[in-house]
Design a protein around this ligand. Structure first.
Ligand SMILES: [Zn+2]
Length: 430
């Protein structure tokens, strides 16, 4: 990979849960289906849910690998690689003697050998997060995971892994599978398929052996109150759902108000209720709760972030101006507490752009893009700034790319911006 950092683009919360059933309960309907673990990336928070009732390590490493990919690779990376790399990483063994990486996933290898044949490469690379093959249960999905693991293992063993990124970029820009496979892996898809089948039959699988490292033993243990645990659970359920109806928002607010009654100064409840009130347009009340959350827990970056978000919520109205100084203070606190928190830079760019400082805003939004390379919303924000600066060519180039995003919301917005942008450009030329 061009880049390999262990920063989190958004604060990461990991939940150790009691059994698969509980993981499914937390994951919500959209993510339902026999999970030992689940990674939910987000712009304000990301979550990992784990079944910790048995041996959790496979799920721990698998889901954490997803977070590493999320922080380091672009949207061009295909789903098979995400899952294959996560499976590759999941067999990691760390002991006092050393770390072994790339150990064979025995169950998957046995499955592949029993099955005797593989998915076609063209089918494998076409699988997306929302594909049927990826989301159903049974043989197809087992095959997808097992073959993805095998191909990643093969690429590592044959020193082809460093070509993967270029392969994805090439395919994302429209190159055919045949051409891309030839250019980056030096063979045809048919040859890669037959090599892969032979590889599965073999007995020699390499792994990396790394010296033991001192794992820092510094951990802080805080007991959570029952209300805090409930608020955190509500937070996961909220994030696991992609769309929220007005009724959802009202219900969430009512649940949080009930929790707050029992613990009026609980900062987690105050923060979440404050954020929902922003959505409901109750800014005064939101500011009150969020200011209290910051006072109660000043070292928690999310409190400052939520307060900044509230200040910005109606920034174009005259009332927004009076908060400018306070907003700057909260954003500065965020950057100081967590300089890798990407969305903070979006808020900063928004504030700068509202003051007409478009060049500074552009520089800041680029930081967000670098920190969270998979979040296309920062590219959208960048396109919006290019439009404001009347840099039509730059805006069109960005929007053309976003228009073909696999995220339907991003694609729709890209297309909408593009039509607006073209009209404005036409008017300005007249
Ligand atoms: Zn996975």
């Amino acid at each position: 990979m061009n880049r390999a950092r262990t920063h989190d683009p958004a604060p990461l919360l990991i939940f150790a849960l009691d059994g698969q059933k509980e993981v499914d309960e937390f994951a919500g309907d959209a993510n339902r289906g026999k999970h030992t673990g689940l990674f939910l990336p987000g712009t304000d928070e990301s979550f990992i849910l784990l079944d910790a009732s048995g041996n959790p390590w496979h799920a721990v490493y698998h889901e954490y690998a997803h977070e590493l990919l999320n922080a380091n690779t672009s949207t061009a990376v295909q789903t098979w690689f995400d899952e294959g790399f996560a499976e590759y990483f999941s067999t990691l063994e760390a002991t006092s003697k050393g770390t072994r990486l790339g150990m064979v996933s025995v169950a998957e290898l046995e499955f592949l050998r029993r099955n005797g044949k593989l998915m076609r490469l063209s089918d494998l690379v076409a699988v997306r997060q929302d594909s049927h093959a990826y989301n159903q249960n049974g043989t197809t999905v087992a095959m997808f995971y097992a073959e993805s693991w095998l191909l990643v293992h093969y690429l590592f063993d044959h020193q082809l892994i460093s070509h993967a990124e270029s392969f994805f970029t090439r395919m994302a820009s429209g190159t055919s599978l045949d051409e891309a496979t030839q250019a980056d892996f030096g063979m045809s898809p048919a040859r890669l398929e037959s090599d892969l089948l032979e590889y599965a039959k073999g007995e020699r699988f390499r792994y990396f052996s790394l010296p033991a490292t001192d794992i820092p033993a510094e951990t802080t243990v805080n007991e959570l109150t029952w209300k805090t645990a409930q608020a955190l659970a509500a937070d996961v359920r909220w994030h696991a759902k992609l769309q929220h109806s007005d009724a959802d928002v009202e219900l969430h607010a009512a649940d949080l108000r009930a929790l707050l009654q029992d613990e009026p100064s609980n900062p987690v409840v105050l923060r979440q209720l404050g954020m929902v009130l922003v959505l409901l347009g109750k800014k005064e009340e939101a500011l009150d709760f969020l200011t209290r959350a910051v006072k109660a827990e000043p070292a928690e970056v999310l409190n400052h972030y939520a307060l900044a978000l509230a200040f910005l919520s109606d920034g174009d109205k005259p009332s927004g101006r009076q908060f400018a100084g306070l907003l700057d203070r909260e954003l500065a606190a965020c950057v100081q507490l967590d300089p890798d928190f990407a969305d903070v830079y979006r808020l900063q760019a928004l504030a700068l752009s509202r003051s007409g400082l478009f060049d500074q805003a552009t520089a800041v939004i680029r930081k967000a893009s670098v920190l969270a390379p998979r979040s296309e919303i920062y590219e959208l924000a960048l396109a919006d700034l290019e439009i404001k600066k009347h840099h039509w060519a730059a805006a069109v180039a960005l929007l053309q790319e976003l228009k073909s995003s696999h995220n339907p919301d991003v694609a729709k917005q890209g297309e909408y911006f593009l039509s607006q942008e073209v009209q404005e450009a036409a008017i300005s030329k007249e």
